[in-house]
Design a protein around this ligand. Structure first.
Ligand code: NI
Length: 130
């Protein structure tokens, strides 16, 4: 069966391209295959979130540019009522790690995760439901 593929152009900075090319060592046939795998992971994460409902516990991890500390603080204060624990740590020259233990309505937990996820200054965002 012939699979029809549409070509889309994507803007990536050099750091991401360098990281992307390192992933080839896992056996991916090329950049497109790596990007497809990344999108499949994101879709799978989103499907997991869709199923969340009611009161839940979770761990939210985020790594971001240090100069976006203010943006993260602003998001964090909007969700104070569901944050049980918050740790903030500078992990290298210009990046910070945030660890949140969250307890509350799945709707709020999905929303704080979404707001961090769509921020351009994020390097990594991961929601773990426990
Ligand atoms: Ni910081």
């Amino acid at each position: 069966m012939k699979i029809l593929l549409t070509i889309v152009s994507v803007s990536l900075n050099e750091d991401i391209i360098e990281s992307l090319d390192k992933l080839k060592s896992l056996g991916f046939s090329g950049r497109s295959e790596i990007i497809r795998a990344g999108i499949r992971n994101l879709l799978s994460d989103e499907r997991m979130k869709e199923d969340l409902d009611g009161e839940i516990n979770s761990l939210l991890l985020a790594v971001h540019d240090e100069d976006s500390d203010d943006q993260v603080s602003s998001i964090r204060h909007d969700f104070d009522k569901i944050i049980i624990v918050h740790l903030h740590n500078k992990i290298d020259k210009d990046r910070c790690l945030e660890i949140f233990a969250l307890k509350g309505d799945a709707k709020d937990i999905k929303e704080i995760s979404r707001q961090l996820q769509i921020n351009k200054r994020m390097h990594f965002v991961k929601l773990i439901v426990v």
